[in-house]
Design a protein around this ligand. Structure first.
Ligand SMILES: NC(=O)c1ccc[n+]([C@@H]2O[C@H](COP(=O)([O-])OP(=O)(O)OC[C@H]3O[C@@H](n4cnc5c(N)ncnc54)[C@H](OP(=O)(O)O)[C@@H]3O)[C@@H](O)[C@H]2O)c1
Length: 308
């Protein structure tokens, strides 16, 4: 495991603001020091992914002193790709990206990552992935399911991280949802193995709630690679969202809501579904406080559906 190079909240930020000009060390003005002192260190897991990248780049683009984002990516290749792109006009500083396969990470590595973190935003995918083993009964590859998010939640709890914002998915109340069939294999004895992605995601959510970490769980509908900030957003619970029959949402809008959750206490301890209306229908959402208030205190009911 390589040495952790993520910026630590205070010391590196302060160092980076000490400018060596003409051979003289110039101390930054007091206001810059104060800003550095209050900047929130936010980890973004899945920072190279499509939704995570929106979150990460938006946090990087915030005014200096607001956030110190640290992106977590699975591989060097993902890191190179992230650093090589200036999507959204944002250059990603190499020192803000940490390579870590959270499914297989050493707990002490995760503990180092969580040290001084104020929050973590989790946008990792949870696709069924081959374990490398073959199921003898079917002769097909066995699929394993990610304990990755559980590892992050455990580490966040050990580190006393102040807020965990998790991207889940709509559909969790329906155990027979077609997404649960992805990767599922019917065994010779009539049982099945693999699949159940939404049940596994739901398990991570229940695990987070039970962990005692302050949390926000967002269940988006189908994700779109279309621009955000152009639609009215709608929230609901238990796979029912009043106000629209549309069941999709741009990834950028999901990122906006996850960032709003970092900034507004009203999003703490909340679990809700999120979709958008189509462009031109309704009024573009700008007030995220009003959006969460529109739920009138409702949260998703985890006694519904099934968790893996
Ligand atoms: N697709 C939909 O319509 C839909 C609908 C509702 C909810 N969701 C959920 O929304 C979230 C975001 O979806 P998305 O499509 O934007 O994601 P995505 O583009 O698939 O990105 C997911 C990221 O997670 C990273 N990741 C996965 N396992 C990891 C591990 N063990 N360690 C470190 N990084 C890991 C991946 O890294 P690599 O690139 O290295 O693999 C990838 O960059 C997911 O949780 C998804 O299940 C999706």
């Amino acid at each position: 495991m390589p040495a952790l190079e993520a910026p630590k909240r205070m010391p590196l930020l302060l160092l980076s603001t000490l400018l060596l000009l003409g051979g003289r060390l110039c101390l930054p003005p007091c206001s810059a020091l104060a800003a550095a002192a209050t900047a929130r260190r936010v980890l973004v897991a899945g920072a190279g992914g499509q939704t995570g990248q929106h979150v990460f780049r938006k946090l990087l683009a915030e005014p200096a002193g607001q956030y110190v984002p640290v992106g977590i990516v699975r591989s060097e290749a993902s890191r190179d790709e992230l650093l090589g792109s200036t999507s959204g006009g944002v250059v990603v500083p190499p020192e803000s990206v940490v390579v870590c396969d959270i499914a297989n990470a050493n707990p002490s590595f995760l503990d180092d990552l969580m040290r001084d973190a104020d929050a973590i935003v989790i946008c990792t995918s949870a696709k069924p992935s081959p374990t490398g083993e073959i199921d003898e009964a079917t002769g097909r590859p066995k699929f394993g399911f990610p304990t990755a998010i559980l590892n992050l939640i455990d580490a966040a709890k050990r580190g006393g991280v102040g807020h965990v914002v998790l991207c889940g998915s709509m559909g969790g109340t329906n155990p027979n949802h077609p997404l649960n069939g992805l990767g599922k294999v019917r065994n010779a004895d009539g049982t099945s193995s693999g699949g159940d992605i939404l049940k596994w995601k739901r398990r991570s959510e229940v695990y987070l709630i039970d962990s005692g970490c302050p949390y926000t769980i967002v269940h988006p509908g189908g994700l779109l690679n279309e621009p955000g900030n152009e639609r009215e957003l709608c929230v609901g619970v238990d796979d029912v969202v009043p106000g629209t029959t549309n069941n999709s949402i741009p990834r950028e809008d999901v990122a906006n809501v996850m960032i709003a959750a970092l900034e507004d206490e009203r999003f703490r301890g909340r679990s809700f579904d999120l979709v958008s209306k189509t462009v031109g229908d309704g009024v573009v959402t700008r007030d995220y406080a009003a959006l969460i208030e529109s739920l009138a205190g409702k949260n998703c009911d985890y006694s519904l559906g099934e968790a893996a």
